[in-house]
Design a protein around this ligand. Structure first.
Ligand code: B12
Length: 214
């Protein structure tokens, strides 16, 4: 029954039916499924299928947009369940996060921000298409411990390197740990651009962030 719901959520994402995705997500929560199960085994599976269909020329941009709409609408239901809006009395650490310039993919970055904040970090989310200087300014302003940089395109990954170079130029590179992520990003890329860490998903980001602040 629960597995059926997850499959239906995946199908709703791929089929471009945001309303039904929201209704099914509500049902899944009511049936006792955990928010992370719904995200990883339902919604994200659908997003990946939509991405593959796009790569194969079977889907076009509007399909990706409706898939994203479905995921974002479902996330509005799931975020409070993840505890993201819990009042954090003493933050574990401060994080600035955003998607690099030229890149408007926001779902993965927002999920990472949500999970960090659900786990006690104070998160400043700068959104998408963020110029390097905005990252530098926010790190300075907040005294952030961690800077999270998201890039979903092979053409925008280079933006992560640019942000790190801007931190060096601003003389604050050693004050903040930089963690990079996004579908085309890897540990090898993180090493190449002198990032402090890489994580492949939101829970991984939380683990790495915790480890870095120890
Ligand atoms: C939805 C989507 C869109 C939507 C985005 C809507 C939105 N509001 O975000 C729209 C339609 C706008 C879009 C546009 C484009 N897209 Co697009 N898109 C996708 C799709 C299908 C899903 C992305 C997604 O949301 N996944 C779900 C989330 C949860 O996963 P995620 O983003 O990977 O994030 C996880 C991890 O990567 C990681 N992570 C992410 N960020 C960070 C940051 C940190 C700090 C850390 C630690 C971890 C981390 O943790 C996240 C949670 O687990 C992907 C396919 C795919 N499989 O990735 C293509 C994809 C990324 N898009 C692609 C392309 C080509 C484009 C366009 C260039 C298409 C075009 N011709 O215009 C444009 C580019 C626009 C731009 N300038 O940015 C390609 C990229 C190819 C490449 N390697 O460069 C992909 C891979 C599709 C494909 N297979 O061809 N897209």
């Amino acid at each position: 029954m629960s597995e059926d719901l997850l499959v239906m959520i995946t199908e709703g994402i791929v089929g471009g039916e945001p309303e039904s995705v929201v209704a099914l997500t509500r049902k899944a929560l009511e049936s006792g499924l955990q928010p992370l199960e719904i995200i990883n085994q339902g919604l994200v599976v659908g997003m990946n299928i939509a991405g593959e269909k796009f790569a194969q020329g079977e889907f076009f941009l509007p399909h990706l947009l409706t898939a994203a709409k479905g995921m974002q609408a479902a996330m509005e239901l799931l975020e409070p369940e993840l505890g993201a809006r819990k009042q954090v009395h003493e933050a574990v650490g401060t994080v600035v996060i955003g998607t690099v310039q030229g890149d408007i993919h926001e779902i993965g970055k927002s999920l990472v921000g949500t999970m960090l904040s659900a786990n006690g970090f104070k998160v400043h989310d700068l959104g998408v298409d963020v110029p390097s200087e905005d990252f530098v300014a926010k790190v300075r302003e907040t005294g952030a411990d961690i800077l999270g940089l998201s890039a979903l395109l092979t053409t925008t990954m280079i933006g992560q390197r640019e942000v790190i170079e801007s931190l060096v130029q601003a003389g604050i590179r050693d004050q903040v740990k930089v963690i990079v992520g996004g579908a085309p990003v890897s540990q090898a890329w993180a090493d190449e651009i002198n990032a402090d860490a890489y994580a492949g998903n939101a829970m991984g980001a939380v683990e790495v962030a915790r480890r870095m602040l120890k």
